[in-house]
Design a protein around this ligand. Structure first.
Ligand SMILES: Nc1ncnc2c1ncn2[C@@H]1O[C@H](COP(=O)(O)OP(=O)(O)OP(=O)(O)O)[C@@H](O)[C@H]1O
Ligand SMILES: [Mg+2]
Length: 451
């Protein structure tokens, strides 16, 4: 049985010193090595946090070459390990060389075990703190952005991209199906930028009649058209020194695209009916659920504008492709809404979880939000049923799918084993870790013919 003691590797060829150290450090699980190869083998096997290593090792027991080489190679395979080298009395020079190679500390003979004890204890402490630090850093790396629920790998990497893009002035284009969170991410870009204290102004090009978009965007002077009773700034001007979010940019009328391009290139606007050029300083983020490149191909979107707005394109994956995020987001909404509405609904039935996982989610996160809201109204128990969410239970579909996936994987593995072994049944069976009769059964099951 493995003890709970910490591993301490002692690399020492002198049997007397070995015994003394082993005896003294009995609170640790002592692993011993007498030369370089032995030390490397023990390191691979036990991964000790701390190593006590003599610099004079055979075959150069009177020199330091072998000892220094050992430090170097140990650091290569286990760079976080704390190596304390034991040097000959007064051999500062080689001690410093060892530190240069990555050793943590040195101690000169003759050995006073109590002092060495303190050095070893401190080495374990430093190792532990560094390990915690690494873990904290990696947790940060694995966290989504504020207000965004995600654990799926591609979503986390998307969050990292947003963090990199946010502080720059690059015009970002967010592409994604309806309800995937384009606006959410656009706001995240703004709030992670130096402009976060300034305004985030959104304009939805699909929601405004074509005839009004221009005045909405660029504003107008008094008398510019009938009903223009006073000078009115447009959204671009209002967003000055902040961010402008051009939502559904694919719906921008072709007639206005040239004007928008001019603003993006020159960063000046002219109000409708005005004669002055007004400089504006805005960060622009665009979003679309349309395929802009095919719109460029069919002539409904200007190519030059497309390139201008897509300096950085960020594709937001549909919810159905986000693995376990579906259930994670569902739980998040449930908790949030149940708290808001003071309802004591605590979770989903097993069947609902399966239905959430297998449903196609054409309306993405927004649809999830709506379905959970509905479920909270419908639910009569502590757990939301698939019916409450207006989802068909699909448990049978899932198990069938899973079986299908397994069979497919099995079939593929058998085919590749056969091709790797030139259809040698014994060799293929060995590769697959099954007996010959089992492989014959499987070949029959999958109707794989071996010639
Ligand atoms: N990862 C997420 N975590 C939590 N909430 C999210 C997430 N993604 C989106 N939402 C929420 O889902 C809803 C839809 O998001 P959003 O409006 O940003 O999507 P959209 O892509 O702009 O949709 P549309 O194309 O319909 O305008 C919002 O209420 C948003 O707060
Ligand atoms: Mg939107």
């Amino acid at each position: 049985m493995k003890s709970n003691k910490k591993n301490l590797l002692i690399v020492e060829d002198d049997p007397g010193l070995q015994t003394q150290l082993r005896w003294h450090f009995d609170q640790y699980e002592i692993i011993q090595a007498t030369d370089r190869q032995d030390a490397l083998d023990q390191m691979r096997m036990h991964e000790p946090e701390v190593v006590l290593q003599d610099l004079g090792l055979p075959p150069d027991a009177d020199g330091v070459t072998e000892g220094l080489l050992t430090v170097q190679e140990l650091m290569k395979i286990a760079p976080h390990t704390k190596i304390i080298v034991i040097t000959g009395n007064g051999d500062q020079e080689n001690a410093i060389k060892a530190i240069g190679l990555g050793a943590y500390d040195f101690y000169s003979k003759p050995i006073d075990t109590d002092t060495l004890d303190l050095i070893v204890q401190r080495a374990y402490l430093i190792y532990k703190l560094e390990a915690q630090n690494r873990q904290l850093k990696s947790q940060k790396h694995d966290s989504p952005l504020e207000g965004i629920i995600a654990s799926d790998k591609q979503m986390l990497s998307l969050c990292r991209t947003i963090e990199k893009v946010a502080p720059t002035m690059a015009t970002a284009l967010l592409e994604g199906e309806s309800g995937t969170g384009k606006e959410r991410f656009a706001r995240a870009i703004h709030s992670l930028s130096p402009r976060k204290k300034k305004r985030f102004v959104a304009i939805n090009c699909a929601a405004i009649p074509d005839s009004l978009i221009e005045s909405e965007l660029f504003g107008y002077e008094r008398g510019a058209f009938t009903g223009a009773t006073k000078q009115t700034p447009g959204k671009v001007e209002i967003a000055n020194s902040g961010s402008l979010f051009l939502d559904e940019i694919g719906d921008m009328p072709l007639s206005l695209q040239a004007k928008l391009l001019r603003f993006l290139q020159e960063r000046v606007i002219e109000r409708l009916g005005g004669r002055n050029e007004i400089p504006v300083d805005v960060r622009v983020v665009c979003a679309t659920n349309k395929n802009l490149s095919s719109m460029v191909a069919d002539g409904s979107f200007r190519e030059d504008l497309y390139y201008r707005i897509s300096e950085i394109t960020i594709e937001i994956p549909p919810l159905r492709d986000r693995g376990s995020d579906k259930v994670l987001i569902a739980r998040h909404f449930l908790k949030q809404m149940a708290e808001e509405q003071k309802k004591s609904i605590t979770g989903f039935t097993h069947e609902t979880i399966q239905a959430i996982e297998s449903y196609h989610w054409p309306g993405n996160v927004r649809e999830m939000e709506n379905k959970i809201r509905r479920a909270l109204i419908m639910c009569e128990s502590k757990h939301i049923s698939a019916n409450d969410m207006d989802l068909l239970s699909s448990s049978t579909e899932i198990s069938l799918n899973l079986r299908h996936v397994r069979q497919e994987a099995e079939r593929n593995a058998i085919s590749s084993a056969l091709s790797m072994t030139d259809n040698n049944i014994s060799a293929a069976a060995k590769l697959l870790g099954v007996t010959r009769p089992t492989l014959y059964d499987l070949l029959k099951k999958y109707q794989i013919h071996v010639t």
